[in-house]
Design a protein around this ligand. Sequence first.
Ligand code: PMV
Length: 368
Amino acid sequence: MDYTNPSLLIDTSTLKPGAMRWRSPSNIAIVKYWGKHGKQLPQNPSVSFTLRSAATDTTLHYQPQKDNTPGVSVELYLDGERRPDFEKRTVAYFESLVPIYPFLRQLDIRIETSNSFPHSAGIASSASGMSALALCLVSLEERFFTAFAERAQFFGKASYLARLGSGSACRSVYPSAAVWGKTDALEGSSDEVAVPIEANLHDRFLHFHDDILLISKSEKSVSSRAGHGLMEGNPYADARYRQAGQRTTELLSVLRTGDVERFGEIAESEALTLHALMMASQPPYLLLEPNTLTAIRKIQQYRADSGHPVYFTLDAGPNIHLLYPEEVAAPVRDFVRGELLDLCTDRQYIADRMGPGPEELEVSGVGE
Ligand code: PMV
């Protein structure tokens, strides 16, 4: 897959200012991506559910570059506030995309972005944020040049570009669920882009719930980027990559057959493996909080007592993702309110579920 294309330049003398806008969701990995190589390529395949509520809404405004600066020109506003920190990262990201989209250097770009979840809620916004941005860019390409013959090509390219911004973001461009990383268990799977697997899901998994329990809202002490890097010296790395490959194969089969119980075993095991890898890194680190463990114990106890298929998973942080099928939604809501909310910061949680994927939105305001 090579998207390099030096001919994608525009005639700025006739270009009118405009804007693109996408809302793109976050996703939660069931089999985790942890460890990378080369240009944001994964060491193992991963499988995720696309969320519905946790999302980023991004508008990319463009106009011909006014003072012909040599590089890309970007201003970035998060919730209306200019953010030099994100701006710097976006400039670096766009510069890295110049071989693919040389027109990026011909524009003045202003990005307005906001997240549906509370500001600094300790929820990773990189998957939703980078996928929303990548979708705006591919829309821009279609506006300036020719439309893709197939929507699959459009989303494939968006997935590719999102991956270069943040690995897990490449899975967010598809509805319901996606696989990223080459696996013999799925034809068409690739390390360079994610592929959709909605068609492979048994009905029991459709609209699956994911309640995100905000155990802690503080900044992570070790970033995901650093965490991936530490896998290089991790003595368990090779065994882990093999295991993730096997679990991907099994999970894909479980998702087809509707075996929610086995799904839950894999999900919980993956969550604990991810954090075990962090604890076994050099230097070791720990992102779990006491309330994370209390919540895990309560979930396991509730499952044993009620017989309901309710499971947890974790991201690279202390927050719990509570996974369960629609059929037990009513009793689980009572359990969450009665037993788990006391463990959350300000009793906050996001009642999320599997969602329909990104959506292109009308640009609001006059003059784009
Ligand atoms: O996309 P990154 O580089 O932020 O890494 C994400 C890693 C995990 O969220 C822990 C797992 C995953 O597959 O999403």
